[in-house]
Design a protein around this ligand. Structure first.
Ligand code: ADP
Ligand code: NI
Length: 219
């Protein structure tokens, strides 16, 4: 059975939606939908293969290591199983799984490079959803899920040098801004992604300044 690309995309979207619908930590279906839209926008500017971009965007959080006992390969494996069940071309499967396995942030001191244009736009789209107004909302949603404090002035942010260190967590959600969110602007792959990140970054900095002032009763 050979399915056309549109059908494969539609079935994949339904599959992901049924898995992630109603998820409460910021890795829900609407995160996927936003990453999909942004990745297609960035990919359109970069002459990327939009079929691979859309499949990778849809499947990128299908089995995140954070919800699979730290297993980094789970996402790629689940995506492969799904795409094979639809008889997707092997080259596309390899490419999509490579992107899924490489997309995540792994700590301030850990380099995560993308090999292809398609991977770069999916990574930028995913990272853009971690910053700005939506990024702030997602960070506090995830922090609540982990049971971590909003902020604790006695716990300093850590410049995680390894993925193992990063996995252990931040201490507080405000620390997560310093350990990850404020670093993303400089790690964007595409020019459009970088421009959008600048604006979202500014908004987060303003938010943190306001947070600090309220914390000490100054505003
Ligand atoms: P990535 O897309 O790089 O894999 P994650 O899945 O780690 O990103 O992060 C998804 C969302 O959860 C992001 O918005 C991120 O800021 C948030 N998040 C991850 N770890 C923490 C943490 N320790 N505290 C607060 N938010 C977090
Ligand atoms: Ni994501």
């Amino acid at each position: 059975m050979i399915l056309d690309q549109l059908t494969i995309i539609q079935q994949t979207a339904e599959f992901v939606r049924s898995k992630l619908e109603g998820e409460g930590t910021g890795h829900d279906w609407w995160h996927i939908e936003r990453v999909r839209t942004m990745a297609l926008r960035l990919g359109g500017n970069e002459r990327a293969d939009l079929y691979v971009v859309e499949l990778a965007a849809l499947l990128h959080d299908i089995a995140d290591w954070k919800f699979n006992d730290g297993d980094e390969g789970a996402g790629g494996r689940d995506a492969r199983r799904w795409l094979e069940s639809l008889y997707v071309e092997p080259e596309a499967i390899v490419h999509v799984c490579e992107i899924i396995n490489a997309v995540s942030f792994k700590g301030a001191g850990v380099k995560t490079t993308m090999r292809t244009e398609e991977g770069m736009v999916v990574q930028d789209a995913d990272r853009l959803d971690a910053i700005g107004a939506i990024g702030i909302a997602r960070a506090f949603a995830y922090g609540g899920f982990k049971g971590q404090e909003i902020y604790n002035p006695e716990v300093q942010p850590q410049p995680h040098a390894s993925f193992e260190e990063y996995k252990k967590g931040s201490g507080s959600t405000i620390n997560h801004f310093h350990e990850k969110l404020l670093l993303l602007k400089e790690r964007m792959n595409t020019a459009t992604g970088h421009a959008i990140a600048e604006e979202r970054h500014r908004y987060m900095v303003e938010y943190l300044q306001r947070f600090s002032k309220e914390w000490i009763g100054e505003a």
